[in-house]
Each structure stands twice: as structure tokens, then as C-alpha cells.
Design a protein around this ligand. Structure first.
Ligand SMILES: *Cc1c(COP(=O)(O)O)cnc(C)c1O
Length: 328
């Protein structure tokens, strides 16, 4: 693991790589008491050419820097941290699986380690990075997921921290996740507002491929207005689809009423979540107000999710040359 300490007085310390182990933290530290904490989520992929690549790591660093600013944690050198992570992966290169469905998960974590119990900007901080080989994320593989949609719990709100990858957002979501399972669903479809806007799928961004109200074929996802986590997969999907130029690509609000109406009229083609863990994950069913809404899904992957899955993994595993991949 890589651990880097920071103090207000001494700035950033040397970034040693040492064997994975426990941390030793002051029992009053602000990460433990006030959730002054954030993380990132990225992977290293081994290609058939045996080269190991990262996928758009600077985007993770930019997002991490934004989360750090929101958490009042110190600024760090983003390019330098990518270099440190590359060195860490080089040390553990043998742990990057030789498989095009597995990868090495990389978890940068940033903690406020302020000691006194006062609620204030940390004068001590700890940034560390741990690694673990991972396989395919969902136990069901590429099978469509079922979602529980209820406005009872809210993942994020305007002015909150839902657009930052902070542990607090996820810790607070576990309760709702359990309720989803009690209702026979795998994940939560997070709604927002009195009009039940569709925001995110579990810990993934949400995409709807449909014929919109005007009859135009459209790939839609909610806009980054503060309650949506700015996913790197989301951004890559938008960029790829705009490059294809085959249908309208739109960042717009979508409500459960829009979705239900479109399903009744047979205008929904597919719905999927996106994220580093699974790339794209089709949605098969939504339980909403006691009604099961069945989302069209072909066997295997429908379009454009299947095409995105292929094009993105081709880049990640180096089957397609792209400046989105960075060699380790
Ligand atoms: C991490 C995350 C995503 C996906 O982000 P990626 O950068 O694509 O992995 C989407 N939504 C939430 C809530 C997340 O935490």
C-alpha cells in the first residue's frame, strides 16, 4: 500500500510503498467522528499483450481533488499521485489478473486525521491507496438487475455531497439497499423530488435509451446538477455516443411518470447503469408503487449497452488504441 501523510505545518511527506497492513489512527480523529473522508475507484487492466493499463486516471484525480476541496482536505499534485499509483501497481504487477473479465481494483482513500474533537478543517491528513484483484462485479454477471424505486430514502440533495465520492454517502445508503433486498430487488433506484426524478442506480449512473416525447431516438442521463456523481464511465459513454452521432444524446431530467408513460407506449428500448465496477449493467425490472415495471432487454446485451461494453473494454484491455488508456 501507498501511504502519504500531510500536516499543515510540514506539508506533504514522502510517499512510501510498504506491505499492506492496518492503520494506526488517533481515536479522536476527524475521519472517525465527522466522516471527513473520501475515496476514488479505479482499475488496472492486463491486456492480451501483457501490458497493464489505467483508464483515464487523471479524471479520477480531478474528481478526487474536487471531493477533497469539499471536505476541506488539502490540495495534492494530481499528476504526481498518478505516478505514485503507477509505481504501486508496478510493485504488485503480478496481482493484475490475466483475464479480460477481471482486473486489479485501486482504491485511493483520503482521511482527515485532525486530533482534537473540534469540528474544523483538518490540520493533519492521510492519503493512502490499497489494491485488490477483482472479477466481474455482479454475482448475476451481465444479467439485468432489478431495482426498488421508492422516495422514502434520498441518496443526495442539492447543496449536499452526493456529487463527491465520500464514504458518508455510501454508509447512509446501506439501509435502503437492505430494504430493496427485502422487496426482492437487487439495488435501489434513487429518486429525487416530488416529481420522483430518476437519479442513479445503486452506485451507478443511469442511462435510458428510448424514443423521447417527440419521437426522437435518444440516449438520456440526468444532468450534473449537484445530486449526480460525475462518473468517468458516464462521461466516456456520453463522449463515445456523441462521436458515433447515431442518435440524440441528452443530459436531461427523467421522472418515473416519464418512464411509466414511455413503457406503456412501448418507447423504452433499454435502461442501464454505468460505473467502473461493471462498465454497463442493464436494468430488467423496477418495483415502483407496488407495480413491477418490466424494462425491455434482449438476452445478453441489447444495444447500445452491448456496443458500449465492447468499445470501453476494448480500450481498457488495450484491444483498441486510445489516449484514454495510460500504460502502467
Ligand atoms: C462511483 C460512482 C458512480 C460511477 O462512477 P465511475 O467513475 O463511472 O465509476 C456512479 N454513481 C455513484 C453514486 C458512484 O459512487
Amino acid at each position: 500500500m501507498l501511504t502519504i501523510e500531510w500536516t499543515n505545518a510540514g506539508g506533504w511527506q514522502k510517499p512510501p510503498i510498504k506491505p499492506f497492513g492496518n492503520l494506526s489512527l488517533h481515536s479522536a480523529c476527524s475521519a472517525m467522528h465527522y466522516a471527513v473522508q473520501l475515496f476514488e475507484s479505479m482499475k488496472a487492466y492486463r491486456g492480451a499483450d501483457d501490458k497493464v493499463r489505467l483508464f483515464r486516471p487523471m479524471l479520477n484525480m480531478n474528481r478526487m481533488a474536487k471531493s477533497a476541496e469539499r471536505a476541506c482536505l488539502p490540495v495534492f499534485d494530481r499528476a504526481e499521485l498518478v505516478e505514485c499509483i503507477r509505481r504501486l501497481v508496478q510493485v504488485d504487477l503480478e496481482w493484475v489478473p490475466q483475464s479480460d473479465s477481471a482486473s486489479l481494483y485501486i482504491r485511493p482513500t483520503f482521511l482527515g486525521t485532525e486530533r482534537p474533537l473540534g469540528v474544523k478543517k483538518p490540520s493533519h491528513a492521510l492519503l493512502y491507496v490499497i489494491l485488490s484483484p477483482v472479477g466481474s462485479f455482479f454475482s448475476t454477471g451481465a444479467k439485468p438487475v432489478s431495482l426498488w424505486a421508492d422516495s422514502k430514502y434520498i441518496r443526495a440533495w442539492r447543496g449536499g455531497t452526493g456529487d463527491c465520492k465520500m464514504g458518508r454517502n455510501y454508509g447512509a445508503s446501506i439501509y435502503a439497499q437492505h430494504e430493496a433486498v427485502d422487496y426482492g430487488c437487487q439495488q435501489v433506484l434513487w429518486l429525487y423530488g416530488d416529481d420522483h426524478q430518476v437519479t442513479e442506480v445503486g452506485t451507478m449512473n443511469m442511462f435510458l435509451f428510448w424514443n423521447n416525447e417527440k419521437g426522437e431516438e435518444e440516449l438520456a442521463t440526468p444532468p450534473l446538477d449537484g445530486i449526480i456523481l460525475p462518473g468517468i464511465t458516464r462521461q466516456s459513454i456520453l463522449e463515445l455516443n456523441r462521436k458515433w452521432g447515431e442518435f440524440k444524446v441528452c443530459e436531461r431530467y427523467l421522472t418515473m411518470a416519464d418512464l411509466r408513460w414511455a413503457l406503456k407506449e412501448g418507447r423504452v428500448k433499454e435502461m442501464f447503469g454505468s460505473g467502473t465496477a461493471c462498465v454497463v449493467s442493464p436494468v430488467g425490472r423496477i418495483l415502483y408503487q407496488g407495480e413491477n415495471l418490466h424494462i425491455p432487454c434482449q438476452e445478453d446485451f441489447p444495444q447500445p449497452a452491448s456496443r458500449l461494453m465492447k468499445e470501453l473494454t476494448d480500450i481498457q484491455y488495450g484491444r483498441t488504441q486510445s489516449d484514454w488508456s495510460v500504460l502502467v
